[in-house]
Design a protein. Sequence first.
Length: 300
Amino acid sequence: MVSRVASSDELQVRFWGIRGSTCASGPQFMEFGGHTACVEIRCGKRLFIVDAGTGISALGSALGEDVPDTIDILFSHLHLDHVGGLAFFKPALTKERLVRTYCGNLDGESAMVSLDKLFSPPLFPVRLGQFPARFEHVGFKAGDTLTFDDGARIGTHSLNHPGGATGYRFQHGNRSVCYISDVEHSEAWPDKALADFVHDADLMIYDGMFSEAEYPRCRGWGHSTWEKGVDLAKAAGVKALAIFHLYPGHDDAFIRAMEAEMKAVMPTAFVARERQSIILDASGQEAVADWPKAAKVPAV
Ligand SMILES: [Zn+2]
Ligand SMILES: [Zn+2]
């Protein structure tokens, strides 16, 4: 069991949901996992949650008693695979808790109207407003820097996706992690503004839903390939790459083969596995906990 709280100088990432579009289930999906997008990020002890796909349910349970009074959930965007788990997040069942959501792809509008539509009869039995916890929904424009009461700051960047999406950059001490999902690469690649945004990151989590061979059939769907992730990482000096938003039809055997191919061109690239933890400490000595088959993030 990985220790739940990183020490104050660590930046910690834990994947709770790694699929895109919809869940995958069955024995052929056990290694990489089946839940949709949800990532826990700890800047020291400070908790951030990126996306509330079905993976957020297990995160809520794992937090146990170790839950801050205010929880910040950053949405890449509001497609179902990124918000569908929100009503199953256990800490929202506790009174005296504030759950704040952040949404950057609606021209400054918050997620409130959309989430109220989704979580209301007849689509869902109760509204978020009826939960014991209080919800607060913050809207911003992708590209803004988010600043929090405790001084935390998170960079954001607009991504090419139907309806838009927001990428995030977390910095803690001298370490940084970027979350770049969902995104479709442009004709001219790597995109310069995106490369500047992820420049020199220790880890980039990237939408590699399809392979280059599959992409021509999926053009315009708003997703990218692991090959384009490697191109971007190399051009921007990103040190390690985690391929994320996995296609639910790709089973473990397919993804293992894809990962081997990717590692041949970028040894520090790997495919994100559900419940995998990555700890980036100030010394540059990384540990990948809980999932022994996972790639090590290199010391810098
Ligand atoms: Zn998605
Ligand atoms: Zn999407």
